[in-house]
Design a protein around this ligand. Structure first.
Ligand code: IVH
Length: 668
């Protein structure tokens, strides 16, 4: 084939393939059989192989391509991606409508849309060509996920008009694809995604675009971020314009002339929700006119011209098969409902929380009952109430046992607590849960040491306490279920890396009573090394503003146990870092420091520190370091050969220190 014939044919093929895939993926109305599409695609691939320079980025062959990325690049959104305020009932909606009416003082109308439960993304086109796609991130800065978004067939790589535009929408995984994906994962023994939203987000956060490509994602565009098009006067016209450009928008949208029609729309779609092929978690209501949107404006977080009505948490009925007990890290014994599997709010639920014995008594829940299960968003499902009318008389009352289901020691109820506890420090369940906690994300964050692996290591006595984790060998790990060379070497690396963690992770991971992640950070920042913290007494601890009596007692008691000292020694010998590595917080909670809230000027030559080091240390303690002396200066620190600034300080009668005094205060 001649070069110019090839060029012409490539153009034709682009056009036809784009049109067919638009009909198939966007309109959902294919006009040709799949085989025809495949045949043309094959032809294009062959021409591109013969003339590689004709393989342009917007070619239909280029949806999945390129090497896996090392990391995602950050993208700044020219126009911030705001989120929406929520409405939870009719009352909230009428309040919203009243605010709109009072601010506008003129006629207005709404557009209602489905609130798709996926992941907000922004797509940028230059002269009609898709050039960049990103996540919402924190609204100001997101991540560049162009490679993954290109794999979504309903995202046009080239628009029907050569415009430059930034559009926004929701990428999601249809219910069917989600179910298929989870079925496959189950067969392969992989962890299941909790719901389609997590599955979509997980797929788009993969560095290798081949994974996203295999996941059947889809998108609905719902807004224009940035465009030069001046002819659009309303949101609904904007959506029609997106349709004309070849984007996929959601056709369930409706113009509503007032809040009554909005409420009617919500009622309709609350009914239709379960029949839709994708998950929605609410309805979005927007003032239609763009001029009025502008008039209403936005707060820092969300526009005043729109609101998201959130569906109430879904409730379903299923059977309570049994009540199991689990012993947590702190010995608390919790009853968990074992349920006949049931779908609720997009996921299959088999277990639900029953909180504690009092809860079961109060609600009069019996084993064998039909029960109402509630699940809202990511919240752990819970048993709301039994349906007593459906009892057959065979239901059994539940009693908490008097003894720990794991170790058999007597359970106790501590003063003022509803929970029953196993107080045997050697209880295997507590130790196992403690190990799981130690490696968890906010603690030592050792990836690859999941609950199952820990349980097996513990059962086979390869790990009896957290220090043993650092003695694990390749041979030992290779014996575990489902562990190959690759996963073992990754795990060993993760264990090794965790030795470098800053002190607060270790402190939190040790699971000292009353020391949560935040308290661990406070202690780490304050004491800097574990040795110093271990020497602290109750008085010294309670002097820290965030530390109360209870926590102080717990910390002192913890470090007085000989077994703990031995454990710390073992960790130390294994090379686990015991120092705080993060920055000192700049302001806020160092109110006990002399420098907090003060303005300080450094002048002259310092000996022990550089000027910069001194500045950093003072700032870390909440002080502000300024370059010039004024009446507002609280303190001047004068090194050798100080000149005019020192003179000025004397003139204004400002407190003056030498370097020695500074060091003394810094080391306090
Ligand atoms: S409009 C400035 N419309 O819901 C408001 N959002 O907090 C831009 N969402 O993260 C949002 N469907 O990703 C809008 N039809 C729809 C939507 C929708 C889903 C998501 C959006 C955002 C969240 C709102």
């Amino acid at each position: 084939m001649e070069r110019h014939t090839a060029e012409k044919r490539v153009r034709e093929l682009h056009e036809r393939l784009n049109q067919y895939s638009y009909e198939y993926y966007v309109l959902d109305q294919p006009t040709v059989p799949d085989a025809e599409y495949d045949r043309l695609m094959q032809e294009l691939i062959e021409i591109e192989n013969a003339f590689p320079e004709l393989r342009t980025p917007d070619s239909p062959t280029q949806r999945v391509g390129g090497q896996p990325l090392e990391a995602f690049q950050k993208v700044r959104h020219d126009i911030p991606m705001l989120s929406l305020a929520n409405a939870f009932g009719e009352g909230d909606l009428r309040d919203f409508d009243r605010r709109v009416r009072e601010s506008l003082n003129e006629e207005y109308s709404y557009v209602c849309e489905l609130k798709i439960d996926g992941l907000a993304v922004s797509l940028t086109y230059e002269n009609g060509v898709f050039v960049q796609g990103s996540t919402r991130g924190d609204g100001a800065i997101g991540e560049d996920i162009t490679m993954n978004l290109r794999t979504i067939h309903s995202i046009p790589l080239r628009l029907k008009e050569p415009v430059s535009i930034e559009v926004r929408g929701e990428a999601f995984m249809p219910k069917k694809s989600f179910e298929k994906l989870n079925r496959e994962r189950e067969e392969r023994g992989e962890t299941l995604f909790a719901n389609p939203r997590n599955a979509a987000a997980g797929s788009l956060r993969q560095l290798d675009p081949k994974i996203a490509a295999s996941r059947n994602l889809d998108i609905f565009l719902y807004g224009i971020g940035n465009s030069g098009n001046v002819n659009i006067r309303s949101h609904s016209e904007g959506l029609d314009y997106l349709d004309r450009l070849g984007f996929k928008t959601n056709k369930e949208r409706r113009k509503c002339k007032d809040i009554e029609e909005v409420i009617q729309y919500i009622k309709e779609y609350t009914e239709k929700r379960s029949t839709l092929p994708y998950e929605i978690d609410g309805i979005v209501i927007k003032v239609d006119s763009l001029a009025q949107q502008e008039k209403l404006g936005s707060t820092a977080k969300s526009p005043r011209w729109a609101i998201a009505y959130k569906f109430p948490a879904e409730e379903v009925v299923t059977k309570l098969l049994d009540i199991e007990l689990s012993v947590g890290r702190t010995g608390v014994v919790t009853p968990t409902a074992v349920l006949e599997p049931v779908r609720v709010a997009g996921t299959t639920v088999q277990r639900a929380s029953l909180h504690n014995e009092d809860y079961i008594r109060e609600k009069d829940i019996k084993i064998g009952d039909e029960v109402v299960i509630k699940k809202a968003g990511d919240i752990i499902p819970e048993v709301v109430r039994p349906i007593k009318e459906r009892r057959k008389g065979e239901e059994k009352e539940f009693h908490m046992p008097g003894h720990c289901p794991e170790c058999g020691s007597e359970l106790v109820r501590l003063d003022g607590e509803v929970a029953l506890r196993c107080i045997n420090p050697k209880c295997p369940a507590q130790i196992r849960e403690g190990l799981i906690h130690f490696v968890s994300r906010n603690a030592m964050n050792i990836e690859g040491l999941g609950e199952k692996v820990i349980a097996q290591l513990f059962r086979e006595q390869l790990v009896k306490d957290v220090a043993d984790i650092y003695q694990l060998t390749k041979d030992q790990l290779l014996q575990l279920d489902r562990m190959g060379e690759k996963s073992v070497s990754n795990l060993l690396k993760a264990i090794e890396d965790s030795k470098e963690n800053s002190l607060e992770r270790l402190l939190f991971g040790l699971g000292i009573r009353h020391v949560g992640a935040k308290a661990a950070k406070t202690l780490a920042v304050h004491f800097e090394t574990l040795d110093r913290l271990m020497k602290a007494d109750v008085e010294e601890l309670t002097a820290i503003p965030e530390v109360g009596e209870k926590m102080a007692d717990a910390v002192v008691t913890y470090f007085h146990q000989p077994e703990v000292l031995e454990l710390i020694q073992e960790l130390k010998e294994a090379g686990v870092n015991m120092e705080y590595k993060g920055p000192k917080p700049v302001s806020g909670d160092q109110s006990s420091s002399y420098f907090a809230g003060k303005t300080i000027v450094l002048t002259g030559k310092l000996e022990a520190l550089t000027r910069n080091e001194a500045k950093e240390k003072i700032e870390a303690l909440g002080g502000k370091v300024s370059g010039s002396v004024s009446k507002k200066t609280d303190l001047v620190i004068a090194g050798a050969d100080a000149g005019s600034k020192l003179a000025k300080a004397r003139e204004f009668d400002i407190e003056i220190w030498d370097e020695e005094k500074l060091l003394e205060e810094l080391n306090k």
